[in-house]
Design a protein around this ligand. Structure first.
Ligand code: HEM
Length: 467
């Protein structure tokens, strides 16, 4: 490790810390190192410098305030080859990313997202119906609902059944795509560029990349062409891509960029919202007192004669606190998405060289004992007396309640759409169902929740109060 870098675990020659970084649940190891080395530490992956930050003050100073030098993504040869570099979430900074980002922000703002509420409401209602009919398949029902919300708001196509063509094609290619991007699974071509020249028979990532590329492009183009056809036939339904296509020339987007912008929104929104809802179910199944209190609040305010609507959430402080606590307890992207420095920087007396990969450890921020009372307990009440849920006297400099959406100029542009989907469905589920642990545990001795033990189909059952 070069002098001047933030501290970190001792390195080995050549390897650096490579051998110490687990390929699964790396955020847990990073959280341990954060306790040992502080809110900012460094790692070496051979010659690559990695900086991990889990102090909100430093996250704010470094990632939000110096947005320009922190806006890039690390180079990814695999992403480049698979998507032609037009995948907005993985794209390097530059004119192409700027055009995509401008478009996403323009068309996914708070007001624009409210226009999509009727479809969100319809999907949330179908989710309740599906759960009532087949509660044992709740994982799939939630995945269908969020995939359908994203497919209809982005491309204007509903998927009323899980096996529907677009939903199942998306699910199939998305699993392969995520596996392809998993760190440590394939040869580190971004660190040792010579590895790229290894013949395909010894480099399976090349075959998988070609396969994903072909399926992904076909899917996103089919969805875009479908939308264009509807526009041509005067059968608009107000989806996001119609607006993108209308403004394509003005926004300077190529056809590839339009198709992939839709696809990236689908990728960004479908899985993340589904996991949030599944984790909500897991949490309230294991904390029945929380469930009862949230249900009472909803019953008192909404009653039994109508369904919840998005506006109700303002009057439901405890439900709001439950949603914040689900994000805190189980952040979906515990290390967010890495950024990449474009110039030499310094912070808190440390030197951060140009070309460093920067991770924000959302998990460590949200589970810090310095900031939270009993961080390993699911306790929505913490948000009732404190904006960020932090304990009395905690230093809240730089704190936010939405670290799970990333930061700086790369912060998730789908925040409003995602929040609407999560709020709407959580209100409905609390209004309509009771959730409980199915196979083990009791109210007196709740099953301890580990971040890695999420096996919902086996542990949760649900029941409609009226049944
Ligand atoms: C609970 C739901 C969601 C979570 C937790 C989430 C989280 C994130 C995170 C952590 C990032 C990286 C931010 C950074 O680099 O600092 C991100 C980026 C992104 N998200 Fe989301 N997201 C969610 C839903 C959505 C939805 C609904 C959409 C689309 C409508 C979306 C579209 C995107 C896009 C396009 C990017 C790339 C932004 C860029 O690189 O400039 N996300 N999201």
């Amino acid at each position: 490790r070069e002098s001047g870098l933030p501290p970190g675990p001792p390195t080995l020659p050549v390897l650096g810390n490579t051998h110490q970084i687990p390929t699964k649940f790396a955020y847990l190891r990073f959280a341990e190192w954060c306790k040992q080395y502080g809110g900012i530490f460094s790692l070496k992956l051979t010659s690559q410098t990695i900086i991990v930050i889990s102090c909100p003050r430093l996250i704010h100073d470094f990632m939000d305030e110096r947005g320009g030098s922190m806006v890039d993504r690390p180079p990814s040869r695999i992403a480049e080859m698979t998507t032609n570099g037009v995948h907005m979430a993985l794209a390097r900074s530059g004119p192409l990313w700027k055009s995509l980002r401008r478009t996403a922000l323009l068309l996914l703002n708070r007001e624009a997202c409210l226009q999509h509420m009727p479809i969100q409401q319809a999907e949330a209602t179908q989710l309740m119906y599906d759960l009532l009919k087949q509660p044992e398949d709740f994982v799939e029902h939630i995945e269908r609902a969020t995939a359908s919300i994203m497919l209809s708001t982005v491309f204007g196509v509903r998927t009323p059944r899980y096996s529907d063509s677009f939903a199942s094609r998306f699910s199939s290619v998305q699993h392969k795509w995520q596996a392809l991007l998993e760190p440590g699974v394939h040869l580190p071509v971004d660190i040792f560029s010579a590895l790229e020249y290894i013949p395909e028979r010894w480099a399976s990532w090349k075959t998988i990349s070609r396969d994903v590329r072909q399926q992904q492009r076909k899917l996103y183009y089919d969805l875009m062409n479908d939308c264009e056809r509807r526009i041509g036939e005067n059968r608009r339904n107000g989806c996001f891509l119609e607006d993108v296509i209308d403004q394509q020339g003005m926004l300077g987007l190529t056809t590839d960029m339009v198709a992939y912008l839709g696809g990236v929104c689908l990728e960004g929104g479908a899985g993340t919202a589904a996991i949030s809802l599944q984790k909500f179910v897991l949490c309230i199944s294991r904390y029945p007192d929380v469930q009862a209190r949230a249900q009472k609040e909803i019953d008192d305010f909404i009653g039994f004669t109508r369904l919840p609507s998005i506006q109700d959430i303002e009057h439901l402080p405890y439900a709001q606190a439950v949603i914040k606590e689900v994000h805190r307890f189980y952040p979906i992207a515990p290390l967010a998405v890495p950024h990449f420095t474009t110039v030499d920087e310094s912070i808190d007396g440390y030197f951060i060289p140009k070309g460093s990969v920067i991770f924000m450890n959302v998990y460590a921020v949200y589970h810090s004992e310095d900031s939270y009372e009993q961080p390993e307990v699911f306790m929505p009440e913490r948000y009732l007396g404190s904006e960020f849920g932090t304990k009395p006297g905690a230093d809240t400099t730089g704190f936010r309640s939405d670290f799970h959406f990333g930061n700086g100029r790369r912060i998730c542009p789908g925040i409003h759409l995602a929040n609407n989907a999560i709020i709407m469905n959580i209100m409905n589920l609390l209004w309509g169902f009771n959730f409980s642990i199915a196979d083990k545990g009791s109210h007196d001795s709740p099953v301890p929740i580990q971040p890695e033990d999420f096996t919902p189909t086996k542990t949760v059952q649900m029941q409609h109060p009226a049944s």
